[in-house]
Structure formats: C-alpha cells, structure tokens
Design a binder for this molecule. Sequence first.
Ligand SMILES: NC(=O)c1ccc[n+]([C@@H]2O[C@H](COP(=O)([O-])OP(=O)(O)OC[C@H]3O[C@@H](n4cnc5c(N)ncnc54)[C@H](O)[C@@H]3O)[C@@H](O)[C@H]2O)c1
Length: 246
Amino acid sequence: MTLEGKRAVVTGGGQGIGRAIALKLASLGAHVAVADINEKSARDVADEITAAGGAATAYRVDVSDHEETAGLMKDVVEALGGVDILVNNAGITRDNLILRMPPEDWDLVLRVNLTGTFNCIRAAARPMMSQRSGRIINISSIIGQVGNIGQANYAASKAGIVALTKTAARELGARGITVNAVAPGFIETPMTESLSEKVREDFTTKILLRRLGAPEDVANLVAFLASDEGDYITGQTINIDGGMVW
Ligand SMILES: NC(=O)c1ccc[n+]([C@@H]2O[C@H](COP(=O)([O-])OP(=O)(O)OC[C@H]3O[C@@H](n4cnc5c(N)ncnc54)[C@H](O)[C@@H]3O)[C@@H](O)[C@H]2O)c1
C-alpha cells in the first residue's frame, strides 16, 4: 500500500487519532497538511513527520469557521498543487444531560463536529472535482448510531456526519471522489483519558476483543480507504470498535 505523491489534509491532526492518521499517511509517502486549532501541536506533529524522513506542513485552522477552512484549502492547493485526501477528524465533546446542557454547548459541538466537516468538504470538493479524483474520510463515532447518556450534542453531530457522508458520496461520485465515514468505538486518546478506570472496565467487558482501541487501529483503516486498494468503496460508514456495535 502506498500513498506516494498524494497530498493529504488531516484536521485535528495535532493529537490523538488525528496525529496517528497524519503519521500513518506520511509513512506511506503522502505529504500531510497537519491542520489543528492548536498551532503548536500541529507543528509538533509536522516536525515529528519530517524528522522521520516524511513530508508535512502545519496549518492553524478552526474548522467551524467557513472562511478559515476555505483559506486552509487555498493555501494547501497553492503550496502542494492540489489535494487528494481529506480526513475530517477534528472533533470535541461538551457532555451533559439534555436538561442541563447549555444551548451554547449544543451549538458548539454541532458547529465543530458537523459544520466543520461540511466546511472542509465544501472547500476541498472543487479542487478534487477538477482533478477528477479524491478521497474524503470523515470521523464519525459509534455513539452516532446508539446514542449515549450525556452526549446528545455529540451523538447528533456524529449521526449527522453519516448523512453528510452519504450525500457527499452521491454528489461527488461521478467525479471520481469517494466519501466514507469511519466510526470508532472507545479509543485511548486525550479525549477519553479523563474517564475513570471503572468506566474503562465497563466498556472493555462490552468489547468482543476485550481491549480498548488504539489511535493506530483507526489510522490503519483510514489509510486503506485513502489508498488505491480502497477505491471501490464509497458512501459507507465502517465501524472500528473491536466488536461493540453492529
Ligand atoms: N477517542 C475516542 O474514543 C473516539 C471515539 C469515536 C470517535 N472519535 C472521534 O475521533 C476524532 C478525534 O478524537 P480524539 O480522541 O483524537 O480527540 P482529541 O481531543 O484527542 O483530539 C482532537 C483534536 O482536534 C483538534 N480540534 C478541536 N477543535 C478543533 C477545531 N475547531 N478546529 C480544528 N481542530 C480542532 C484538537 O486541538 C485536537 O488536536 C474526533 O472527531 C472524535 O469525535 C474519538
């Protein structure tokens, strides 16, 4: 499997799953634009890639801002000559029961997770359409399929990503662009590190493979979907959860 000569954008690439995806795509030969709202972490990951002999550039972007995502894609196309792979990974949580959830937290999570994904697809679709090829991979979550107490905003945003993925796949397929979603289960990252040992144990007993996932597990699937080997798959949501939800 190779991504030699490919140009990839990974949002939220500064840590966790996004970092693992950026490292994996770079290890397969892609030039990776590591885009994150946290500029320092994006730079650290880009430096890690270049130190290992790969190619990467760091960009600061807030995916919830339409102008910023348009600017990001313009800068990437100017610097690299195009964009072949877009991984919409940036995401946040603001957990609370519905009755206690401040409306601002509902809006924020929807704006970053769902509108952010829309913004980036919109900005990357034009250059991909003129190339008549492209790969878009959106990071959803199994929570978008089954819901979760305290995560109404997050679950709705991740379910929205599935519908957005299907629609974008329909609109862009004739131009040689595949659009898929990946729905991870419980993956050990900074997003989940604050959860108690008890919660982790409870989750683990519900996982057929009896272990929590690693960011690299998700990165391997994303790399496959981004590669030539994955070129007859579109409009799909693929769960990667060790056997939790099906
Ligand atoms: N960790 C899990 O168990 C799990 C499970 C299912 C889905 N996911 C999804 O995977 C993705 C990555 O999760 P993670 O666990 O690595 O999270 P994380 O919190 O460790 O990393 C998220 C990254 O996104 C960046 N980010 C946040 N808001 C942004 C914005 N507005 N613009 C640009 N970048 C922004 C952060 O700075 C951070 O680098 C998210 O979409 C998350 O919902 C995670």
